[in-house]
Structures are given as structure tokens and as C-alpha cells.
Ligand binder design. Structure first.
Ligand SMILES: [Zn+2]
Ligand SMILES: [Zn+2]
Length: 143
């Protein structure tokens, strides 16, 4: 299989994912919007033991709406978040899809947290819309 690769804006922090994503979606939550200065975010999830990163990065931790902690790993130079660990999802890493070098890797299945979607943002891609968090396959939830 072709390796999935990504990089930050300045190119100093990079990753490779050795297996295909296990999930992908758009998120309309307020936290994601502010963190990324964007009207919504898009991300893939992969298995943490398939992620290999290189380059200097630091950590920004925050509490999330669904009673968990998010650890965002971002480039020490340009600040782009390349991956996020959710403390409730021990096996999983979330990766902003905008960092993917091959953008076709992102194949979203749904929209999340549409209850906090910006009113001027229209969704017309026909994908399911959830008011809250994803319903991940049981096998992915270790805790
Ligand atoms: Zn960078
Ligand atoms: Zn979000």
C-alpha cells in the first residue's frame, strides 16, 4: 500500500500513516473552529501505532465538550496541528485532513456537531449530519 503522508505549513513537521484511515468526517464544533480559525474542520482517524512523525513539535492540551482531554501536537515553527490524541480513544489518532499531501485520502462519512454549525455555512453534500460526536465502531473504543 502507498504510504499516507502529510506535513505542516512550513514543512518541518511531517508524518506517515502506514495503514488507511479508519474514519473520516467534518466537525462543526466551536473548539475545532477556533483552534483552526476556520468555519469547520475535516479530519481522518488512524491507528496510533501506524503513525510515524518527524520534526520538532510541541503540545497544546485542552478539555473537549464530550468530557475528555485533547492533546494537539503542533509544529514548533509554524504552529500547524498535525495530529491529536483523544484520551478516551487510546488506539486512535485524529489528523486534520488539510495536512494530507494526497487529498484524495480524505473520504468523509458524515458531519459532526452540526448543532453548533455556523448559520451561514451550507451543507449540501448529502452526507449524514450528526448533532454531536461520531459513533465510532466499537472495536476502536478501547475505554
Ligand atoms: Zn511547520
Ligand atoms: Zn470538533
Amino acid at each position: 500500500m502507498k504510504k499516507i503522508k502529510g506535513a505542516c505549513r512550513c514543512g518541518k513537521f511531517t508524518y506517515e500513516l502506514n495503514k488507511p484511515p479508519v474514519y473520516a468526517a467534518y466537525c462543526h464544533c466551536t473548539e475545532c473552529r477556533l483552534r483552526n480559525s476556520s468555519p469547520c474542520t475535516s479530519f481522518i482517524m488512524g491507528l496510533v501505532n501506524c503513525l510515524v512523525v518527524a520534526g520538532e513539535h510541541d503540545l497544546y492540551s485542552e478539555a473537549s465538550g464530550s468530557d475528555s482531554t485533547l492533546d494537539h501536537h503542533r509544529c514548533s515553527c509554524c504552529g500547524t496541528v498535525l495530529y491529536t490524541r483523544v484520551n478516551k480513544l487510546e488506539n486512535i489518532v485524529a489528523i486534520p485532513s488539510a495536512t494530507l499531501i494526497d487529498e484524495s485520502v480524505f473520504q468523509p462519512v458524515e458531519h459532526l456537531w452540526v448543532q453548533s454549525k455556523l448559520p451561514w455555512l451550507e451543507i449540501n453534500d448529502g452526507l449524514p449530519q450528526r448533532s454531536g460526536p461520531p459513533k465510532l465502531p466499537a472495536g476502536l473504543l478501547s475505554k
